[in-house]
Design a protein around this ligand. Structure first.
Ligand SMILES: Cc1cc2nc3c(=O)[nH]c(=O)nc-3n(C[C@H](O)[C@H](O)[C@H](O)COP(=O)(O)O)c2cc1C
Length: 176
């Protein structure tokens, strides 16, 4: 049973044979600009929910936890996401305001990893995000919180059919 499961896993397809070629030498200086163009290309390639990502947080005694979220914006404050402050991730972010994001676009063989400190955005911005969410019914949610992750590290990874995978890493000094 476990042997057949193992061989079934081994037989699953890898990345598609045709993948984009990424040359880090031509990458822009701003990782947000490169992210926007990769997100555009994921949209064009028909990747479902290309704005979803896994968010890892740190809990008690350093225990990590992760879950999928939706990216809400990118601006000078950072990469925005929203959730309830009372959720597990909300409580973990209050305790340890640091997180790691991971975007994965299988059809393009691409991954983007983003790491940094997280800050809470304003009550007004959080209320506006709650009001704009799909299925909003006019109710308020005082626990809803918009956060911004300010990257100190962003890594772009491009799979290569010949397994010469390409990584391009930006290190950004933390803001004071
Ligand atoms: C694709 C996808 C997008 C999601 N987007 C959000 C989101 O933007 N905000 C949110 O609070 N939960 C979102 N969820 C649910 C979270 O993954 C998670 O189950 C929930 O927030 C509770 O997480 P926690 O108990 O770790 O705090 C999404 C789930 C999926 C699968």
């Amino acid at each position: 049973m476990s042997e057949s499961f193992r061989s079934m896993l081994r037989s699953l397809p890898d990345f598609p044979a045709a993948l984009p070629v990424f040359d880090p030498a031509s990458a822009p200086l701003d990782p947000a600009e490169l992210f926007r163009s990769w997100l555009d290309e994921a949209l064009t390639a028909g990747v479902p929910q290309p704005h979803s990502f896994s968010l890892a947080t740190v809990g008690a005694e350093g225990m990590p936890s992760s879950r999928m979220l939706i990216l809400k914006n990118l601006d000078a404050e950072g990469w925005h996401f929203a959730t309830s402050r009372l959720s597990r991730k909300g409580r973990e972010l209050t305790e340890h305001p640091l997180a790691a994001m991971n975007f994965f676009w299988s059809a393009l063989g691409r991954q983007v990893r983003v790491v940094g400190p997280v800050t809470e955005l304003s009550t007004d911005a959080s209320a506006a995000d709650w009001a704009e969410r799909p299925g909003a019914d006019g109710s308020e949610n005082p626990t809803w919180q918009l956060y911004a992750l300010r990257p100190v590290e962003v890594e772009f990874w491009q799979a290569d059919p010949g397994r010469r995978h390409v990584r391009h890493r930006y290190l950004i000094p933390a803001a004071d």
